[in-house]
Design a protein around this ligand. Structure first.
Ligand code: HQG
Length: 185
């Protein structure tokens, strides 16, 4: 049934996020320096860990992921998460000029601290920003009542902050000092 299939794909996606972004060692995986791992090894280690999935299911998760969280390499033999890592990987993304304005969605309870010290990357590699205010609100809603922050990305870039854009369109930056953040939009 469709509900079951979607729930299954979501649960696989969450497990993949866990092992490809945060804890590969949980199933004995080792990612390379750029975060890639062989698909065959991933599938066999997931099976050994009691989380068996087929190659077709993996492909379906990659293809249907709402945020395109995972990428296969050209010959489809390797997979990695497009962003969101807490472990040390170098995605090797070029520095690019950002759009003039970017958004970050957070929860209302974090706003005071953010406006005092700026946005920091917490336990991820980067602060995550988006061009889409609706997406930002959905991200903020994960932690509580969502609040939209508008970031003056153009001025940040002018002043030397380096922006990168992941394969799935998430804008990444080391930090956002409070002076570039405007509450609401
Ligand atoms: C907050 C999802 C207090 C920050 C999304 C956020 C994203 C502060 C939380 C991706 C702070 C960190 C990342 C400060 C930052 N004081 N709170 N100084 N600085 N914060 O989950 O951006 O579904 O690590 O506002 O789409 O929410 O996983 O970051 O609320 O792209 O693929 O600290 O996760 O993608 O939370 O989400 P997170 P995020 P996936």
């Amino acid at each position: 049934m469709k509900m079951h299939t979607q729930a299954k794909l979501t649960s696989i996606s969450k497990f993949l996020s866990l092992v490809l972004r945060h804890q590969p060692e949980k199933i004995g995986l080792q990612l390379d320096a750029a975060g890639w791992v062989a698909v065959d090894e991933l599938l066999s280690k997931m099976a050994a860990a009691g989380q068996p999935i087929s190659r077709a299911q993996l492909q379906e998760v990659v293809d249907t992921s709402d945020k395109k969280r995972f990428a296969l390499n050209d010959d489809q033999t390797q997979i990695r998460a497009n962003q969101g890592h807490s472990i040390d990987v170098d995605l090797d993304l070029p520095v690019v000029a950002p759009p003039a304005v970017l958004y970050h969605g957070t929860a209302s309870r974090f706003v005071k601290s953010i406006m005092a010290t700026g946005l920091d990357r917490r336990n991820r590699h980067h602060v995550h920003l988006t061009e889409n205010a609706t997406t930002a609100m959905a991200v903020g809603a994960r932690y509580g009542s969502p609040v939209l922050l508008q970031i003056d990305a153009a001025r940040m870039a002018t002043l030397g902050h380096q922006f990168r854009c992941s394969a799935n369109g998430v804008w990444l930056v080391e930090s956002v000092p409070a002076e570039f953040i405007q509450l609401g939009a």
